[in-house]
Design a protein around this ligand. Sequence first.
Ligand code: HAM
Length: 422
Amino acid sequence: MSNETLQAVKGMNDILPDEAELWLWFEEEVRDWLHGYGYRNIRMPLVEPTALFKRAIGEVTDIVEKEMYSFEDALNGDNLTLRPEGTASCVRAVLQHNLLYNAPQRLYYSGQMFRHERPQKGRYRQFHQIGVEALGFAGPDIDAEQILMCARLWRRLGLRDVALQLNTLGDAASRHRHRVKLIAYFEQHRDRLDADATRRLYTNPLRILDSKNPAMQELVAAAPGLSDELDEEAIRHFDEVQAVLKHHDVVFEINPRLVRGLDYYNRTVFEWVTTRLGAQGTVCAGGRYDGLVEQIGGKPAPAMGFAMGVERLLALLQEDGMALPKAEVDVYVVHQGELAGRLASRVAEQLRDDRLHVLLHCGGGSFKSQMKKADASGATVAVVIGDDEAQAGEVSVKPMRGGEQVRVKVQTLVETVNKLIK
Ligand code: HAM
């Protein structure tokens, strides 16, 4: 048997304790922000039937054609997939549990997503999203609110240089008209289509517009736009979204080429983009998906949502020089001798009863070396116990950032420590 060290799967990262502090801080900020807009948490499985994603995201998309971790359950032959995104699962869960029965829903989720992409900075095979979905809302007010929400989060996090791109994809009829024109256009330029585009010409020509192939860009840029086909109602909806954003001084750019990589969108779509993360500059993206609920088997219901890439946002924050927050240690307990050891673990538990964060020294060593560890832990206070103190039912308390060491009765320790910490 080989004894070489095993490595994590390519494109799937460990998040080590120092960095995890930043994740915890971020997750708390985000939770508070979401609750500020009335969103409630929902948690779905990481694995879903493959058919769900095929139906929701679309058979002829990069995600479904090339990027899904799909497998057959060896025990019963079910076709399963590690979720590549959360919207499909969220809608499935909402329908399965009848949550839209008598009220619209504002929901959020967070967690791992899986896509078999080529890993590079900001693009991973396991990554994390915070996803936000508002189901049962038809008007442009919720579209605008979600975009305003994002703007507030960026302000709150102190993020600079994320720009908003906006587009409308219209509704089914106008998309159909556009599709016919696109096919005719690309047919005329068949010799310039790459393999992907040729394959998608009749199945999903809109996806050709999403091509990343540099050789296709000129052709794509000159393709007929959707804007000429839009219905009045979709235009009115989009105008209203823009009016609210302007009213709130949110700067945006209309990008008619913004089509998104998933098939379920209609009307408003948006992306928040930065130029500071190289090629993977989209930190948050979403849009309206009024047809998806029905497509997954529910009664028709409009919806709007978005998801942000946590790795990308945190990378951006770190680019801005944000220091890693550190878990706080209130008290470090050092001790030497058998009696002292027993008292030390007792006082550590007492301090924790009072919700203090306590590191009890483990592993022995001289007082001097233990005090070094206490210092390095960043604790505000050290509690020092030798056998003579233990015998007297007392402990010494040493403020680590200056101040006199005092000796106190065990019964008054919690009070003494609390005074020093506040
Ligand atoms: P998406 O654009 O596929 O949309 O992904 C949303 C965000 O997830 C991206 O903007 C990016 O920040 C992050 N992301 C995507 N792929 C990767 C990757 N391989 N590595 C790192 N980060 C990545 C959705 O997933 C939709 N479900 C969003 C949505 C919700 N639309 C409506 N509701």
